[in-house]
Write a new protein. Structure first.
Length: 357
């Protein structure tokens, strides 16, 4: 496993991280707390030492599980969490989005509770969770700087979502000197706005790093969702339109060449190739797939050891992406690609519109 620095913070993360949204919730299958702890320990043993959780995942359950899993191993772990959703005072219906709160008093209380659940006196990366750009005021940024200066936080980030987009927020993370990282959906099939942030970092000379989540495009690029898969109502991916999956399967067939690279170092699985493509961007510090079990951990952590994407493969993928992988049907996803009001998305020419929740 290789490591990369978050911005110029001095904080190093494993190139492949553990997205701890999978533990403490039932969105990716039910598992006991002991099973969840075992999964985290297995990932650590495989060299996956960047662990990314959030206070809203399971309303604190994910943080508690991570706290148990890293007990006695805290020094091995680059630990990240997120705050900004007020689940303490608001009920949650299904997978719906909760109200966000960035008031100083609320943030201080939320951060203290996160530290308690994680059983630590500091986190290596603290991220604002889906914060709207207008709510990240100078006062909020002052508070974040205070935490960093005190050593309670070593690096700061801005995690974007819940849907694909949030361009203004990512641009602010790149622009504001306080932020060392911006986390966003980024994969071979869903390249915006990740590509935009990579370009912005390069053009501006910013030190901000990108943390790529959903690297397997919600099950397509690891082929865990196939034409024969029936998604249960509780599966978070069931909100995706059927057109998205249908076009996605065609795209997978168009990039089969990634499984048989034209060099002697060996082959890779499609899931490993998807991770290697993201790591071909120097601006990407870590890729956080959604591990569901030990088999996923073994295969995807091994992506660090398979051949990197060659220049010719990268160029071929660029050409395919520019032609929409030669698919002339809509994938039905425009209504799910969103920013705060959509105007920044439209102005950037990304052919997306705002979505209503």
């Amino acid at each position: 496993m290789q490591h990369r620095e978050l911005g110029n913070s001095g904080v190093e993360v494993s190139e492949i991280g553990f997205g701890a949204w999978v533990v403490g919730t039932d969105w990716w299958g039910d598992r006991s707390d002991d099973q969840a702890v075992g999964m985290v320990e297995e990932a650590l043993d495989a060299g996956v030492t960047y662990v990314d959780t959030g206070d809203v995942y399971g309303h604190g359950d994910s943080e508690e599980i991570i706290g148990k899993a890293i007990d006695g191993r805290r020094d091995e772990v680059t630990l990240a969490t997120k705050i900004g959703y007020d689940f303490y005072n608001n009920p949650q219906a299904g997978h719906g989005e909760l109200p966000k709160e960035l008031d100083r008093e609320y943030l201080e209380t939320a951060f203290e509770r996160s530290l308690d659940r994680l059983d630590t006196d500091h986190v290596d990366l603290l991220q604002l969770h889906n914060a709207n750009v207008d709510d990240v005021t100078p006062e909020v940024r002052d508070l974040l700087r205070e935490w960093k200066e005190s050593g309670r936080v070593r690096a700061l980030g801005w995690a974007l979502g819940p849907s694909i987009g949030w361009l203004a927020e990512g641009d602010a993370a790149v622009e504001y000197e306080e932020f060392d990282a911006v986390q966003t959906v980024f994969n071979l099939f869903e390249q915006e706005p990740g590509r935009h942030f990579v370009d912005s970092i390069r053009e501006s000379g910013s030190d901000t790093s990108v943390i790529a989540r959903v690297p397997h495009s919600s099950g397509l690029l690891n082929e865990q969702v196939t034409p024969d898969t029936v998604l249960e109502d509780g599966d978070h991916r069931s909100h995706r339109p059927k057109e998205w999956y249908e076009t996605g399967w065609e795209k997978v067939e168009a990039i089969r060449f990634l499984e048989d690279p034209e060099h002697s170092e060996g082959t890779r699985t499609m899931a490993q190739a998807a991770i290697r493509w993201l790591l071909a961007h120097d601006e990407v510090a870590s890729v956080t797939p959604t591990f569901r079990d030990g088999d996923d951990i073994a295969e995807w952590s091994a992506a660090a050891d398979v051949p990197p994407i060659s220049d010719s493969e990268y160029d071929r993928l660029e050409e395919l992406y520019a032609r929409n992988f030669d698919i002339d049907r809509d994938d039905g996803m425009d209504v799910l690609r969103t920013s705060v009001d959509g105007e920044d998305i439209e102005a950037a020419g990304l052919d997306k519109r705002a979505a209503s929740y």
